[in-house]
Ligand binder design. Structure first.
Ligand code: NAD
Length: 357
């Protein structure tokens, strides 16, 4: 299979981890006889420094003409400490999602048995958890009008949703549920928010087209609690942008670390594959970042964008074997991890490639 893949490393650990996502794709291509060609582009703080623009035109053009994108992360401490900065790294990410029509963010909470003890939750609560989140990605309060009064004493962010925005992601979630355990839990705040009332109404309508799938509606506050109390009760979770942002970070603790979770953003155009973590200034440039989420994002790309299920599974197996052999980065190590099993980004990345071989 011949594919053009765009690599956008972004900022901080994004650059370190994406190197290994790319190496994994190269190894898969070599092993299975595919012809993957790679190009690279800048985004975020790195792009602001180089061009003044967090998403340069050249990056967007390359993104639109590629078959899939492997992204790292954006962000820089300079902007976290200066909320008034007008040009910001995250604008690049929000814009590329909008421009590529990436309205659905899929986040599988894949729990490796070897990491049951890496989570702060009890193994017996976690074992058997398998959740697939569908987070709406191009609407909600993130994209609504933002205002600040002249005297700086008032601010507002408009939360809004159109019917079609809810419909299209709901269909994706129900279709996925049909291939899983046929259950969808739609999370909202319909007791308080008008956008949530519309959300629930539309989901109820879409649900009638999937009579084989059972639907549950849950308020976000309850869902946040249930997720740590009894994560096994969830299968496909469908939710809006803001709620999904928070719930999926919470769910990352089920998998042991943010460094283990991959995501796929899909919609009308080129698919975008990325770890769920940010640029992690605290560990950037120190060879401490866990690259497994980037490698698992590459596996998602193989499966979702290219339909290469066997290759995706092989990559996932290589990650699993690496963990089974006891290799750990700092974020997934615990008191029982021997010093010689604690590896840096480069060493653990190479282990996965070796197992893939
Ligand atoms: P973060 O995800 O970067 O880090 C949170 C914590 O998890 C940190 O302690 C970090 O060291 C750890 N961590 C994250 N990924 C890890 C990995 N692969 N291996 C080991 N440890 C890992 O979130 P944050 O600290 O809230 O934000 C840092 C910057 O990232 C900010 O500028 C923020 O705006 C940006 N950000 C970007 C994205 C994105 O690009 N998609 C997402 C979230 C945050």
């Amino acid at each position: 299979m011949k594919k053009n893949i765009l690599i956008i490393p972004g900022d901080g650990i994004g650059q370190e981890v994406t190197t290994w996502g790319k190496k994994a794709l190269e190894k898969v291509a070599e092993k299975y006889g595919h012809d993957f060609s790679f190009d690279e582009a800048i985004m975020g703080h790195t792009a602001i420094e180089a061009t003044g623009d967090p998403l340069p035109e050249n990056t967007l053009n390359k993104a639109k003409s590629s078959d899939a994108i492997l992204f790292g992360a954006i962000g820089h401490i300079k902007y976290d400490n200066d909320p008034s900065a007008k040009v910001r790294p995250e604008q690049g990410l929000l814009k590329i999602r909008k421009e590529l029509g990436l309205y659905a963010n899929l986040r599988p909470i894949l729990l490796f048995d070897e990491l049951l003890d890496a989570s702060s939750l009890k193994p017996e609560v976690l074992k058997g958890t398998d959740i697939l989140f569908f987070r709406e990605l191009t609407g909600d309060v993130y994209f609504g009008e933002k205002t600040r009064s002249d005297d700086q004493t008032f601010a507002s962010d408009l939360m809004n949703y159109h019917r079609y925005e809810v419909e299209r992601i709901a269909h994706k979630a129900y279709q996925a549920a049909q291939g899983r355990s046929k259950r969808v839990c739609s999370v909202d705040k319909a007791n308080v928010l008008e956008t949530s009332r519309l959300w629930r109404e539309v989901v109820q309508e879409v649900a009638t087209q999937y009579p084989d799938v059972e639907t549950e509606h849950m308020f976000i506050d309850n869902a946040a609690m249930q997720l740590v109390k009894n994560p096994k009760k969830f299968d496909v979770v469908l939710t809006a942008n803001l709620f999904g942002d928070i719930l999926t970070d919470e769910a990352s603790q089920i998998a042991g670390s943010m460094g283990m979770l991959a995501s796929a953003s899909v919609g009308d155009g080129t698919g975008f594959f990325e770890p769920i973590h940010g640029s992690a200034h605290d560990i950037a440039g120190q060879d401490k970042a866990n690259p497994l989420a980037s490698i698992l994002s590459a596996a998602l790309m193989l499966e979702i964008a290219f339909g290469l299920k066997e290759e995706a599974q092989a990559l996932q197996n290589a990650v699993s074997q690496t963990l089974k052999a006891g290799w750990r980065t700092g974020d997934i190590a615990n008191a029982n991890t021997a010093d010689e099993h604690r590896l840096g980004t480069r060493q653990i990345g190479q282990k996965v490639i070796d197992f893939l071989q």
